[in-house]
Design a protein around this ligand. Sequence first.
Ligand SMILES: CSC[C@@H](O)[C@@H](O)C(=O)COP(=O)(O)O
Length: 345
Amino acid sequence: MTPLTSGCLRYDGSSLFILDQSLLPHQEVWQCCDDVPTLIELMRRLAIRGAPAIGVAAALLLAVCAERGRAPHQLRADALRLRDARPTAYNLMGSIDRLLPLMTAADYPRSLVQEAVSIHREDVESCARMALSGARLLGDSEKILTICNTGSLATAGEGTAFGVIARAQREGKRPFVWVAETRPLLQGGRLTAWECLQAGIEHRIICDSAAPALMRQGMVQRVLVGSDRIAANGDFANKIGTYALAVAARYHRIPFYVVAPVTTVDPGCPNGEAIPIEQRDAQEIRGVSGAFGCCRWAPERSEVANPAFDITPAGLVTAWILDSGLYLPEDIGPQSWWQRKRGQP
Ligand SMILES: CSC[C@@H](O)[C@@H](O)C(=O)COP(=O)(O)O
């Protein structure tokens, strides 16, 4: 496999390296990732995260292992373990499902490696298409609210929702971003803020619960978010707190957009209720920890609920900006609405 570079992962011709996002923005540490248990550990502690990015990382690592002589039956077991590492992120499953049949191909590992490279390339290309069509919607100096991190740390390319904003900035539209900090793991306050600084985008970090008040004051013109899985009826899963933003945006008549590649659409999932929600460790809620240290404020004996994602019903979405086109609510039919327009950006 030839060398590849993205914002959050690199392949140098022999090893895969992951930018450890749990340490950002204070430390930039690239960690070598040579085997599946290491990648699962990195994914679970969100050293690499974002649905498209983990799908690409999984594909590239399986290709590296295959090239190094991993037997097909062992690689299959590895792939199935990886597939379960983050249960909400559909891109992870989608990538692995593209590689599984190639583990029994006569030319193993050749076509499997080619497919992994395609998964990386397609994600870069789909980000560029979403950025282009999404940026067209934005006016000059719009105040945009977003949550979590959806930029080049979350994909192999320039990002989903953040890719749209970054493209608008490059086009001279000078967007302003309200960055919801995104409790509990602060992907907004740590990662999106860092990406805004790098792209020269004016922004302000807010605590998640400040969003409705800003909307009420007329300080938000548009909400743009990513997604970890979109169901066939347009309901979608994204970082916990997204549903609250969608409800508040509807109340204040603010347009609310989902930006995602088609690879985030799970055609086998009829609606949001069927999307599995990842439940995470209680300690993430009892306090905070990261490169900045560790602080616990809640009583250890208090029970915690820590769903990593929530479901936003399709009825709260203004439009879905996919790499295959822009979809309005009327485009969603009983049959696969995203497939009807596939290939028609
Ligand atoms: C391209 S990003 C889409 C989603 O993966 C993103 O919005 C998100 O919720 C990521 O959650 P995370 O838990 O940080 O992996």
